[in-house]
Structures are given as C-alpha cells and as structure tokens.
Design a protein around this ligand. Structure first.
Ligand code: RP5
Length: 168
C-alpha cells in the first residue's frame, strides 16, 4: 500500500528524497519494534500547502508521533509542530557541506517558547534515536511495546558488556 494511504501511529516526514538514506535507519529501527511507519516526502518550503494539510490532519488520521527530518534551514519539524498538538521529533540532516548539519540542528532545536520540537542529534544517530524516542512515547500506553523496549535496552547492554569482556 502506498505510504500516503496507509495508517500507522508513527509518521516520518522528510524534506527531500536526499534525506532518505540517512532516515532509513529510523525506518529500520521502528520496524524492529513492529511499527511500520508512514513515510512521506514533504517540504516546508517547496510544498508548504501539503505540509500544512499533513499536520492539520495527522491526529485524525491516527498518527500519534511525527518524526520530521530536514536539512539546511530546517523548518519542517517546527512548522509541523505549529499546526498539530502531536509530539514532533525533529532530526537535523547533515545535508549542507557548509556546516555539516549545524545549520539544521540549530534550526530544529531553537524553537521559540510555546511550540516545542524534541530535537535529536544530527544524521544517522539522530534518525535511530528518533525511532527509539517515538517508541518510548507510544510505550507509555502499550505494555507489549514497553516490554519490547525493555528487551532492546537489555540486549544493547549485553552487547557492550560482551565487548568489554572480550578485551580480557
Ligand atoms: C532540505 O534541504 C531537505 O530536507 C534536504 O535535507 C535539503 C536539501 O534538499 P535537496 O536539494 O537535496 O532536495 O529541505
């Protein structure tokens, strides 16, 4: 089914298809928790009307968390957050060779008081954390998801301990 028409508790919106290779880790991470996200390419600047329609209808379409990824003057997360009460997680993309993502980081994180965006780190680390953070939000009302999250944390710890032990 085309992502435009499917339903999911999580929507990933990115400003350009050039963001997709970075955001693939977000999609993949969500899928490990059994969440198949809606994935859209919507630009705050190039398709502002589509962005407004998406944000206005997100909650009534069953979306619970929006993940918004954009680079350069990254207004996507903030502009979506201005039109929905859903939590919006921003992921700054390292698309600009000029600042390597610092521009997008500041554009995403420096929201004026009253319209927050939960900003992640720049690039793939932020993309992965956005998925985990979305799961943490959804797990508040989903015991099965909370159990999967606990298992993820346990496995992650075990892997580090194993690496530490292997140095002996
Ligand atoms: C942003 O501008 C996009 O999110 C992307 O990170 C950046 C460059 O876009 P393209 O020129 O690659 O389409 O809006």
């Amino acid at each position: 089914m085309a992502s435009k028409n499917k339903t999911s508790a999580v929507a990933i919106v990115m400003g350009s298809d050039s963001d997709l290779p970075t955001m693939q880790s977000c999609i993949d991470q969500l899928k490990t928790f059994g969440i198949d996200p809606i994935v859209r390419i919507i630009s705050a600047h190039r398709t502002p009307d589509v962005a407004a329609d998406f944000a206005d209808s997100a909650a009534k379409n069953g979306i619970k968390v929006v993940i918004a990824a954009a680079g350069m003057a990254a207004h996507l997360a903030g502009s979506l957050a201005s039109r929905t009460q859903l939590p919006v997680i921003g992921v700054p993309m390292p698309s600009s060779t000029f600042t390597n993502g610092l521009d997008a980081l500041l554009s995403t994180v420096q929201m004026p008081p009253g319209v927050p965006v939960a900003s992640m780190a720049v690039g793939k680390a932020g993309a992965k954390n956005a998925a985990i953070f979305a799961v943490q939000i959804l797990a508040l009302a989903d015991d099965s998801l909370a159990a999967r999250l606990a298992n993820f944390r346990k496995t992650q710890s075990e892997k580090v301990i194993q690496k530490d032990t292997s140095l002996d």
